[in-house]
Design a binder for this molecule. Structure first.
Ligand code: ARG
Length: 290
């Protein structure tokens, strides 16, 4: 492992395969219920603006080299746009979400059908355990970092780790504004990540520091702009606007930061990463070249 964060562009490395990402158009997006502190029914999203912001994110991801597949939007499922929560993808396996809140549980059959139709073996988590997919379970190298307490259950994360045969680092989330791991932690490569320490309990902070050699800390103001909710495509890192300190840090480390306004989605407690699900599991270094 190298001591600095840089992407793997060594001479012997085969060209990285094209990133493949699942998104869902925001045709039926809105703030129809309140299941996290960002959501206020009185602070409605503007659907036209949301659509423009979503299209700009999609275009930017394509410009960065990603291939985008689309899930059909469904009336009455306003949060279906947040495809990160659909499942955890590992090779050809999709571990389907079991959402904590009834309002989002109706998304699962749609997500599962799309994934099955596109060649994934869809599995579920043990009965009675909540699990919110790649919103709470993120590979950094071969290790699965697993946020729990607010949405997903720790026991489910351990069961998933055993099933996939990978090490799980459970991280307790304590700040209701950072209710999914991907709102406060973003792997950049094996051994490197962006994070907002104040979202974690003491023990989790220690665990992150122990297991991730190169950490970029995001301050409160930029964490509130969802700086940690970044999409990483090779050397490109895409975030909401208003994260200049993180972008400067990333530039210094050889990454190419990009920003695009996602304020309509922040109203639901989401941003760039939440609106995407990486389908080729490139985050899982263990199978990058397999
Ligand atoms: N309103 C959605 C919820 O509270 C937002 C989900 C954001 N997704 C994410 N991966 N952080 O469930």
């Amino acid at each position: 492992m190298t001591s600095t964060i840089s992407t793997n562009t060594g001479g012997m490395t085969p060209p990285a395969r094209r990133a493949h990402i699942l998104m869902c158009p925001p045709d039926y997006y809105g703030i129809e219920y309140e299941i996290n502190p960002w959501m206020k029914r009185t602070r409605q999203a503007d659907r036209q603006t949301a659509l423009r912001q979503w299209q700009a994110l999609k275009a930017l991801l394509e410009k960065c080299g990603a291939e985008i597949s689309l899930l059909d939007p469904v009336p009455g499922l306003p949060d279906l746009v947040f495809t990160a929560n659909a499942a955890l993808i590992y090779k050809n396996r999709a571990i389907s979400a079991n959402f904590r809140y009834a309002q989002r549980q109706r998304e699962t059959p749609h997500d599962a059908r799309w994934l099955a139709d596109h060649g994934f073996v869809v599995e579920s988590v043990p009965e009675g355990l909540n699990f919110e997919g790649a919103g709470d379970a993120l590979f950094c190298g071969d290790t699965l970092f697993a946020g729990y307490r607010i949405r997903s259950d720790a026991a489910g994360m351990q069961a998933i780790g055993e099933r996939l045969g990978c090490r799980v680092i459970p991280l307790e989330l304590v700040n209701p504004y950072y209710y999914h791991l991907d709102t406060c932690f973003c792997p950049l490569k094996a051994g490197g990540a962006v994070w907002h320490p104040q979202a974690f309990d003491e023990y989790a902070m220690k665990a992150v520091r122990e297991h991730v050699a190169e950490l970029i800390e995001v301050d409160r103001a930029e964490a509130q702009r969802f700086a940690c909710n970044a999409v990483v495509v090779d050397r490109h890192v895409i975030t909401n606007t208003g994260c200049p300190k993180l972008h400067a840090e990333l530039l210094q480390r050889g990454f190419e930061p990009h920003e695009t306004t996602l304020d309509e989605f922040v109203k639901a407690g989401g941003s760039a990463k939440c609106l995407t699900l990486r389908l080729d599991g490139e985050e899982a270094a263990g199978w990058r070249n397999s």
